[in-house]
Design a protein around this ligand. Structure first.
Ligand code: ADP
Ligand code: ZN
Ligand code: ZN
Length: 821
C-alpha cells in the first residue's frame, strides 16, 4: 500500500514534501504524475510525484492530494534523476529545476495568469462542458485573470484540472509576452486537382488559363513553390504563401478553383517546422571527413564523450548529419544542441531537407503553447527523432535518447546565468546522456580550454580536422597597427586606411563585407571631457550605453534610460562627450564613408522580433545589403559565399575585459568571425585593427594557432589556479543596504574560511555590483576538482544554517553559481 507521495513543488525549497494519497488514487498514482496540492495559505500548485511509500511523516499534519492531472506520467524517470543531479551539482533546489524544465502550460498554479484565445471554436464532437463554459465566459469578460482570481469570479473551486484541459485544447493561453507570435494550428493550403506526373491534366490546365494572365501566374507560382515538377519532392503550399508569391488577389485563386484546376484544404501545421518531406540525399563525405566520422565512432567505443575539433568550414555539420542518420537508423533519438536557434536558420533548412519530419525544433523564441506541444509529442512517441534545440532542450522528455551533439560547444550562452538553475547545458547534457546510456559528440573550431584539456588528458576522445572542405584555404588575417595609423592621421571614424581600401576593393568586385564590433549601441559610454564623470544607472552599478537613434542613455541590465545631460552634473561644464564605439556608431561611419552602399546591422537591438534576424540574413544572402555590421551574432554558423572581407574593428576592447577567460574568448570570437570570410575557393581576407599588435594572442589569431593559444592559456590557468585545475563556485550575497551587506559578507567570508581556509577569496564587488536596487557582493570559492560536490554542498548548507542563528543574516539573499562563465 502506498499511502503517501513525495512531490516536487515549483518553489525554491530544498526538500520534497509529503502528501496523503486519497484512496481512489491508490494504485493509479505513479512517479512522474502531476498532481494538484495545496501549499501555504490556500495556494494551489501543480506538483510532480517523485516517490510513493507507506511511511507517515511525523511532526506535521499531512495534507491530501487534491487532484491527479494525468493518465500517464508527464515526467520520465531519467528526467527526475537528471533534475536531482542538476540540483545537487549546481547547488539549487529541485523545485528550481522543475520550474525551468516544464513549460508554464504544464504547471498551472494559483498565480498563473490566463487569457482567452479569441480564435477558439468549439468542435461539434468536442463541446465545452458547463464548468468550462463558465470559466471561458468569465475570462472573455475580464481579459486576463489569474487562476485564483478566476475562481473568485466564478465561485468555482478546484479548477486546475478543467483549466488544464482548456489549455491543452488551446481555448485559453497561459499568458506571456510572446503571445503575439502565436501561430494558429491549422492553415489553408492549396493543391492541384490532379497528381504529380499527370502531364495531360497539366497541359489542359494551362490551356484553360491561357487568356487569364493572373491565373497563369498563380499556377506557375504554385508549380514553383510545390516542386510539383520534381518527382518525389512535393511540398505543401499555403494559400497565404501562394498569393504572396504570385502577387495576386484571392479572387484569382477562386477563379482557378471554379475551373476545377485547384482546390483548397485545411491542414494541421506543426509549429516547429514547415512540414516537408525529406528530399535531399545526404552529402557524400570527403576522404578526410570519412576518416573523422569513423574515428568518432571508434573513440566512442570506450569513451562516452568525443571532441570534434575541426577548423571552420571543415564540414563538421555534414559529419553531424551522417552521425544523426546512423543513430536514427538504430531506432534511437538524437539531441542536437546549438547555442541559439534564431541564429541557425541555415542549419535548420539543411537538416530539414535531409530529415524531413523526423526533425523537431525547440526554438528559444517559442511561445509556451509551442513548448507544451513539443513536450507532449515527445512524451507520446518513441519514434526515432532528432531534436534541434537550445540550452533548455536538455529538459525534454526523451524516451530513447541515443546520442547528443553539442555544436559550438565553447559558446558561453550554454550557461544559464539567471535565475537558478545556473546550469551549463553542455556539461549537463553529458550527464543526461549517461543516464540514457547515450554517447556525446562535442564540436567546435575553437574548443573551450576545459574541453580540449579533457580531450588531451584522455577523458574524452579527440578527433581533428585540420583542413577546410575541398582544401579551400583558411582566410588570411592581416594586422592593422592602430597606433601607427593614428600617428599618421589615417583613421577616419573607426576605420584605418587599409581597412577602407579593402572594403572599397571588395565593393568594386561586387563582393560583400562583414564588420565585427563586440558591442552594440552607438558608443559604450558618454564621458565628461573635463572631470571624467561617467553616467551610471541609478539602479545598477554599470555605466549607461549611449543610443544614438533616440539620443538617450540606456542601462543594458535593467532597461533604465534617460536623456544625455548637456551640462556635466559633476563639474557643471558643457563638456559632455561621446567616446568609444559600438555597432550603431560603426553604422554611422559607414553611412558617411560609403553613402551609396546598402548596409545592415545585426545586434540585440535590431533583432528583437522573431523574424527580424531572418530578414537581415536573407537580405544579405540575396546581396540586397553589401555590408553587414554586427556583434557576436555574426560570428555564428553563417555561411555566405560572397563575403571576401571581414573587418575586426577593435581587438583591444575584447582583450581588456576583466575576466580570466578574456583572451580565450577573444581568440574564439576572432577565429569564428574570420571563418566567415572567403567560404569558397577564393581566399578571404580579415583585417584586424589593434593597438597591441605585439601580444602573443594576436599572432595566434593570424596563424590560426589554436593549440598555441591553448598552451598559453592553460599554463596561466595552472599558475593562478583556475579551471580546469580547480572548480570555481561563486557565492552571491544581495541586500538593499550597502553598509549592512558589507558587514554581513565579511562575516560570511570568515565563516567560510573556518571550513574552507585558503580556498575562499573575497568578498568582492562583482563587475556589476548593484542590480535593481539590490547591492551585490561575491565570494569566490576554489575547490579541488576531485572534491565531492555532495560534500561541498553539505558543508555550504551547514554554514548557511549556522549563519541563520543570527537574525541579521535572514534579510540576506544568497545563491550560488557553480562553474561560472
Ligand atoms: P563547419 O560546420 O565545419 O563550419 P560545414 O559543414 O558548414 O562546416 O561545411 C562548410 C561548407 O562546405 C558548407 O557549405 C558545406 O555545404 C560544404 N561541405 C562540407 N562538406 C561537404 C561535403 N562532404 N559535400 C559537399 N559539401 C560539403
Ligand atoms: Zn540598470
Ligand atoms: Zn564634468
Amino acid at each position: 500500500m502506498n499511502r503517501f507521495a513525495d512531490v516536487i513543488l515549483p518553489l525554491p525549497l530544498y526538500r520534497y514534501f509529503t502528501y496523503r494519497v486519497p484512496e481512489e488514487m491508490q494504485g493509479h498514482l505513479r512517479q512522474g504524475h502531476r498532481v494538484v496540492v495545496s501549499f501555504g495559505r490556500s495556494k494551489f500548485y501543480t506538483a510532480i510525484v517523485v516517490a510513493l511509500h507507506d511511511s507517515e511523516p511525523q511532526g506535521y499534519e499531512v495534507k491530501e492530494i487534491a487532484t491527479l492531472l494525468d493518465d500517464e506520467p508527464i515526467v520520465l524517470r531519467p528526467q527526475l534523476k537528471f533534475w536531482e543531479w542538476i540540483a545537487e551539482y549546481y547547488l539549487c533546489s529541485v523545485g528550481d529545476v522543475y520550474k525551468a524544465a516544464l513549460p508554464s502550460g504544464l504547471k498551472l498554479e494559483s498565480e498563473t495568469s490566463l487569457t482567452i484565445n479569441a480564435d477558439f471554436e468549439e468542435e461539434a464532437d468536442d463541446r465545452l462542458t458547463e464548468r468550462e463554459a463558465v470559466l471561458m465566459q468569465a475570462l472573455s469578460a475580464q481579459g486576463r485573470l489569474t487562476v485564483h482570481e478566476l475562481e473568485k469570479a466564478t465561485g468555482l473551486r478546484n479548477t486546475l484540472p478543467v483549466l488544464r484541459r482548456l489549455v491543452e485544447r488551446e481555448a485559453i493561453f497561459v499568458s506571456e509576452r510572446l503571445r503575439a507570435n502565436y501561430k494558429p494550428k491549422t492553415e489553408v493550403c492549396v493543391r492541384l486537382t490532379f497528381g504529380q506526373g499527370d502531364n495531360d491534366a497539366l497541359r489542359n490546365a494551362f490551356d484553360m488559363v491561357r487568356r487569364a494572365k493572373q491565373q497563369e501566374t498563380l499556377l506557375l507560382s504554385f508549380l514553383d513553390l510545390s516542386h510539383f515538377m520534381q518527382a518525389g519532392c512535393y511540398t505543401e503550399v499555403s494559400r497565404a504563401a501562394l498569393l504572396a508569391r504570385a502577387g495576386v488577389s484571392p479572387a484569382v485563386l477562386a477563379g482557378l478553383v471554379n475551373k476545377g484546376i485547384m482546390e483548397t484544404y485545411k491542414r494541421e501545421v506543426s509549429r516547429f517546422a514547415p512540414v516537408q518531406r525529406a528530399c535531399t540525399p545526404m552529402p557524400v563525405l570527403s576522404g578526410e571527413q570519412t576518416r573523422a566520422y569513423n574515428e568518432i565512432f571508434a573513440t566512442l567505443h570506450d569513451k562516452s564523450v568525443t571532441l570534434l575539433h575541426g577548423v571552420t568550414s571543415s564540414g563538421k555539420t555534414e559529419i553531424y548529419i551522417h552521425v544523426i542518420d546512423a543513430i536514427l537508423k538504430q531506432g534511437r533519438q538524437v539531441l542536437y544542441l546549438v547555442p541559439e536557434i534564431a541564429l541557425t536558420t541555415q542549419l535548420t533548412e539543411r537538416l530539414q531537407k535531409v530529415f524531413g519530419d523526423k526533425l523537431l525544433i525547440y526554438h528559444s523564441r517559442f511561445s509556451d503553447n509551442e513548448r507544451v506541444e513539443l513536450w507532449q509529442k515527445l512524451l507520446r512517441s518513441r519514434e526515432p527523432r532528432v531534436v534541434l534545440g537550445v540550452r533548455s532542450s536538455v529538459f525534454l522528455p526523451f524516451h530513447n535518447l541515443g546520442f547528443v551533439i553539442v555544436d559550438e560547444e565553447h559558446e558561453t550562452s550554454y550557461k544559464q546565468y539567471d535565475p537558478a538553475p545556473r546550469y551549463h547545458a553542455r556539461n549537463a547534457a553529458i550527464v543526461l546522456a549517461q543516464m540514457y546510456g547515450a554517447k556525446v559528440l562535442l564540436g567546435s573550431a575553437t574548443p573551450a580550454v576545459e574541453s580540449y584539456y579533457n580531450a588531451l588528458s584522455g577523458k574524452y576522445g579527440l578527433v581533428e580536422l585540420h583542413t577546410r572542405y575541398a582544401n579551400n584555404p583558411l582566410p588570411e588575417v592581416r594586422i592593422v597597427d592602430m597606433r601607427e595609423q593614428r600617428r599618421k592621421r589615417l583613421v577616419k571614424g573607426n576605420f584605418s586606411e587599409p581597412l577602407l581600401d579593402q572594403i572599397r576593393g571588395a565593393l568594386k568586385r561586387e563582393e560583400q563585407v562583414i564588420l565585427f564590433q563586440n558591442r552594440r549601441g552607438f558608443a559604450p559610454m558618454v564621458e565628461c571631457r573635463e572631470c571624467a564623470w561617467i553616467p551610471k544607472c541609478t539602479q545598477c552599478d554599470v555605466s549607461l550605453t549611449y543610443h544614438k537613434r533616440d539620443n538617450r542613455l540606456v542601462c543594458h541590465y535593467c532597461g533604465y534610460s534617460c536623456e544625455v545631460p548637456r551640462i556635466c552634473p559633476a563639474c557643471l561644464q558643457p563638456t559632455i562627450e561621446v567616446r568609444g564605439f559600438g555597432t550603431e556608431r560603426i553604422e554611422e561611419d559607414v553611412e558617411t564613408l560609403f553613402p551609396e552602399v546598402p548596409l545592415a546591422r545585426m545586434d540585440m537591438d535590431t533583432t528583437r522580433s522573431r523574424n527580424a534576424y531572418q530578414e537581415i540574413i536573407d537580405d544579405f544572402a540575396a546581396g540586397k545589403s553589401k555590408i553587414l555590421i554586427g556583434t557576436q551574432m555574426v560570428t555564428k554558423g553563417l555561411d555566405f559565399d560572397r563575403v571576401s572581407i571581414v573587418g575586426i574593428l577593435s581587438a583591444d576592447s575584447m582583450l581588456s575585459f576583466p575576466d580570466f577567460r578574456a583572451h580565450e574568448r577573444a581568440f574564439q570570437m576572432m577565429a569564428q568571425v574570420a571563418g566567415r570570410s572567403g567560404r569558397g575557393k577564393s581566399r578571404g581576407v580579415v583585417l584586424l585593427q589593434t593597438s597591441q599588435p605585439e601580444l602573443p594572442l594576436i599572432s595566434q589569431v593570424i596563424n590560426h594557432d589554436y593549440v598555441g593559444m591553448y598552451n598559453d592559456q592553460l599554463s596561466q590557468r595552472e599558475q593562478f589556479g583556475y579551471p580546469p585545475f580547480t572548480r570555481l563556485i561563486y557565492i552571491y550575497l544581495k541586500h538593499r543596504d550597502e553598509a549592512v551587506l558589507d558587514t554581513l559578507s565579511q562575516r560570511y567570508a570568515t565563516m567560510l574560511r573556518k571550513v574552507f581556509g585558503e580556498r575562499v577569496l573575497g568578498p568582492d564587488n562583482p563587475p556589476v555590483a548593484r542590480i535593481q536596487s539590490l547591492y551585490i557582493r561575491k565570494i569566490m570559492l576554489k575547490v579541488e576538482v576531485t572534491a565531492s560536490m555532495a560534500q561541498v554542498k553539505e558543508l555550504l548548507r551547514q554554514i548557511y544554517e549556522r549563519s541563520l542563528m543570527d537574525d541579521s543574516f535572514k534579510s540576506l539573499t544568497l545563491y550560488y553559481d557553480v562553474d561560472p562563465m
